[in-house]
Design a protein around this ligand. Structure first.
Ligand code: CA
Length: 219
């Protein structure tokens, strides 16, 4: 999963980025509203964590521009504890939820998981498909009821596909889930992780769509 972190405070941004990375999210961090706008026009994200008070362009402005382009990426706005009006304005401008600063990291992560599953049209917290389950909260995976160890990168490749069976993901799209900016991408990384997943979860779960990418077929 790839997250755009929009935060102008260096200490807060650094702490949040590290917390998200520790949970194996790929994170792009921008520090002003113009950079956020550019990133949202050029990149594809699974979620945006948006501070509202930003240099160069206000967070609400960035959010309104995003929604006016009919981009429906989930947006979590960050506001000060006493800023009720900001939270209301954020939600009414198209945010899906809010968090108050200073962040409680566990709460932030839980809200992110909730938004990601809702944006995939799911309500259940554990994803199950063809005998494979993933629990994003505990990061436990099972196959036919047996626990299975997945590396963080195997998880990063599997989760988006398991969340949306029937949707074909290109190699480039899966690479985006794996890496933030400035991280080196090895050219066959996705193939390597898909190979590992097939070995652990069964050869039939992930299918190759020639010339297009990979899919977990609907039942
Ligand atoms: Ca700020």
């Amino acid at each position: 999963m790839r997250i755009l972190l929009v935060e102008d405070d260096a200490m807060i941004g650094d702490a949040v980025r590290n917390a998200l990375r520790a949970e194996h999210y790929a994170v792009d961090w921008v520090r002003d509203g113009e950079m956020a706008d550019t990133a949202l026009r050029t990149g594809t994200y699974d979620l945006v964590l948006l501070d509202l008070g930003l240099p160069k362009r206000d967070g609400l402005e960035v959010l309104r521009a995003l929604r006016s382009r009919h981009v429906n990426v989930p947006v979590l706005v960050a506001t000060a504890r006493d800023a009720v009006r900001d939270r209301i304005a954020g939600l009414d401008a198209g945010a899906d939820d809010y968090v108050v600063k200073p962040y409680d990291t566990d709460e932030l992560l839980a809200r992110i998981r909730a938004l990601v599953r809702r944006s995939a049209g799911r309500a259940e917290p554990v994803f199950e498909h063809n005998g494979v389950t993933l629990d994003p909260a505990t990061r436990e995976a099972t196959v036919n009821g047996e626990p299975v160890n997945l590396s963080s990168r195997e998880w990063a490749v599997l989760e988006p596909m398991l969340l949306r069976p029937g949707v074909v993901f290109s190699r480039a799209q899966l690479e985006e889930k794996l890496y933030g900016w400035k991280e080196d991408i090895s050219s066959n990384a996705v193939e390597v992780y898909v190979h590992g997943l097939r070995r652990k979860l069964g050869a039939d779960l992930i299918q190759t769509v020639r010339g297009l990418g990979y899919v977990i077929p609907k039942r």
